[in-house]
Design a protein around this ligand. Structure first.
Ligand SMILES: [Zn+2]
Ligand SMILES: [Zn+2]
Length: 202
């Protein structure tokens, strides 16, 4: 066996270098693929460990896995997908209403989110600083306009409702003509879109 070459998952452990490169706290890289077009898919999981039921606190039993695909921010100029091999758990307490539940980490992605949180903020940053269109962002992310918009809209609404918390983060600077263009293309309510953009710009 030559020099240390297999930094990655071969021994069953995790690879610090791959984890550092991908940068999703609490998750470890267990596989990477690149398709013919260069798009990257990274498979991640959390380390095995005990889990308490979020409702009653009883130690939950393992209940298999569920692969969740998330659009992530582009990597090395190409679209990226994260496949999170979420652990599933079952609360053994008969009186507890929770039953089976999935691993969640809202710093990584919202519970039914389609984009990672960092991909949402990347998209908002591109709208703000680069005057990107949502359609252009969708192309760079390898997804659809609707997926991008439904993913960033809750963050813009949160900024709208709590501008102090988001001050300096979501100053959008979205040109009105871009907003109108997006709205016309997708028959959205101009006032709604524009209100969010302006509110987020503080
Ligand atoms: Zn590695
Ligand atoms: Zn429970």
């Amino acid at each position: 066996m030559p020099e240390p070459m297999s930094c990655c998952h071969l021994g069953g452990g995790y690879c610090e270098r791959c984890d550092l490169l991908v940068g999703l706290p609490g998750l470890h890289v267990i596989g990477v693929e690149r398709d013919d077009g260069g798009a990257v898919t990274v498979v991640v999981e959390s380390a095995q460990g005990p889990m308490g039921c979020p409702a009653c606190g009883v130690v939950a039993h393992r209940h298999g896995r569920r692969d969740v695909r998330l659009v992530d921010a582009p990597v090395f100029g190409k679209p990226a997908t994260v496949v999170w091999r979420k652990r599933r758990w079952r609360c053994p307490e008969p009186a507890c209403p929770v039953g089976v539940f999935d691993e969640q980490d809202e710093t990584i992605a919202r519970p039914r989110g389609l984009l990672t949180v960092r991909a949402c903020w990347w998209a908002i940053g591109e709208l703000r600083r680069e005057h990107a269109s949502v359609q252009g962002l969708a192309r760079r992310l390898g997804t659809t306009w609707r997926t991008v918009w439904t993913s960033i809209k809750p963050l813009l609404q949160a900024a709208d409702q709590d501008p102090d918390r988001f001050a300096g983060v979501t100053r959008l600077g979205v040109d009105e003509h871009i907003v109108r263009h997006e709205a016309l293309l997708f028959r959205m309510e101009v006032r709604d879109l524009h209100r969010l953009a302006v509110a987020a710009a503080g």
